[in-house]
Design a protein around this ligand. Structure first.
Ligand code: AMP
Length: 396
């Protein structure tokens, strides 16, 4: 089957056309600045990357352009759109109702719409992408794959907050967790790659990118994760604060006369390693600045690794043990020094990192020594492939 995978943001969308039998990417690219001016990037497998500026007032025009490129005579890779079997959409929030991927119908759209309150930046954009595909390719099956779904197996003791129960009853305020498609893909890959018995396994997945989250996966099911009602909770991230004492907000509000919305923007966009270092949210810049003697960059990196190590420790406790720790995403896959720094806290788990294995890149790799009691591995994530696989499962 040929599956078009769509990941819509408010002013951008990423796409990949994937052949589900070979799992090869046939074409990929993105549309940026939707609603502003518009730019499309298109790259067929083995071909040159093309970039064009073109008006894209809405996601519908953006997707129409993508489809035109897929079938164009010169660089297209399809004879006609009939060859597209289904469309898989990344959707941020499925709330507590949509606990696994779904074939999209009116009822699913209504629930995704209800969840706009919980994912105000992403769900409306995800819906625009879904509606555009339904309009442009009528009759084709569309599947929604939720960032929150994999975490729906968490028990109440993990997902409830210690606040009055009425807020859960009235507004479904609880931990949902995000990056679920990645945590699901990487935990499954880790179990396969390391030859673990899925039904008797304890895996911790550290998805460390610009947004970062950790999950505890016992017997293939998520039992805890670090992000919460929103992606703000948990680790110190690129520009997000992660965990902090909520009273900090009241204190700053009083001192600086800021309202809750300004404070939330500060926590989402101006905090994390960017806010602490004042240098960058990108770990390559932070490494460079730290090596050049910038103490705040060093502090930001120390805070990041310390928080990750603390979360790993808490998930070992949550599962009463761990067989494997899997690093993934931009930092997890590429930053060997950060992996080593995090693992330097994990000697109590009998972990020793093999520097040569840790320096390799690009594929599944065990980076702990053979005599380590817990295996540490790098498992590159592939959310688009995971969405394509889920889509095939629902439409075949
Ligand atoms: P992601 O959100 O998964 O795309 O991850 C993006 C982040 O990964 C960037 O902001 C960088 O901080 C980090 N990153 C990517 N490549 C490297 C690298 N070679 N070394 C260190 N950090 C990297």
């Amino acid at each position: 089957m040929k599956i078009l995978v769509i990941n819509c943001g408010s002013s951008s969308l990423k796409y990949q056309l994937i052949d589900s039998e070979s799992e090869a990417v046939l074409a990929k690219g993105l549309c940026e600045r939707i609603g502003i001016d518009g730019r499309l990037v298109y790259q067929p497998a083995g071909g040159e990357k093309e970039m064009v500026e073109a008006a894209m007032p809405t996601h519908t025009e953006a997707i129409r352009m993508v489809l035109d490129y897929l079938v164009n005579e010169k660089t297209g890779i399809l004879k006609s759109l009939d060859e597209v079997d289904a469309i898989g959409h990344r959707v941020l929030h499925g709330g507590a109702k949509l606990t696994s991927s779904v074939l999209i119908d009116d009822a699913a759209i209504a629930v995704i719409d209800e969840c706009c309150d919980l994912g105000p930046l992403h769900n409306p954009a995800n819906l625009m992408g879904i509606r555009a595909c339904m309009e442009l390719m009528p009759g084709k099956p569309n599947v929604a794959v939720f960032d929150t779904a994999f975490h729906q197996t968490m028990p109440p003791k993990a997902y409830m907050y210690g606040i009055p129960y009425e807020y859960y009853e009235k507004y479904q305020i609880r931990k949902y967790g995000f990056h679920g498609t990645s945590h699901s893909f990487v935990s499954k890959e880790a179990i396969k790659f390391l030859g673990l018995d899925k039904d008797n396994s304890k895996v911790i997945v550290a998805h460390l990118g610009n947004g970062s989250s950790i999950s505890a996966v016992e017997n293939g099911k998520c039992v805890d994760t670090s992000m919460g009602l929103t992606p703000l909770e948990g680790l110190v991230m690129g520009t997000r604060s992660g965990d902090l004492d909520p009273a900090v907000l009241e204190y700053i509000a009083r001192k600086e006369g800021k309202d809750i919305f300004e404070l939330l923007t500060m926590l989402n966009k101006k905090s994390g390693v960017m806010g602490v270092s004042g240098v960058s949210s990108d770990f390559r810049d932070l490494d460079e600045a730290s090596k050049a003697g910038n103490e705040r960059a060093t502090l930001a990196l120390d805070m990041f690794s310390y928080r990750v190590a603390k979360y790993i420790g808490s998930y070992v406790a949550a599962m009463n043990g761990v067989d494997a720790i899997a690093f993934t995403a931009g930092i997890g896959e590429n930053d060997a020094a950060m992996r080593e720094k995090i693992c330097s806290y994990l000697g109590y788990l009998g972990i020793t990192i093999d520097p040569e294995a840790n320096s390799k890149r690009g594929s599944n790799q065990v980076i702990s020594t053979p005599d380590s009691r817990v295996t540490v591995a790098v498992i590159p994530t592939n959310e688009e492939l995971a969405i394509a696989r889920e889509t095939v499962e629902l439409v075949k």
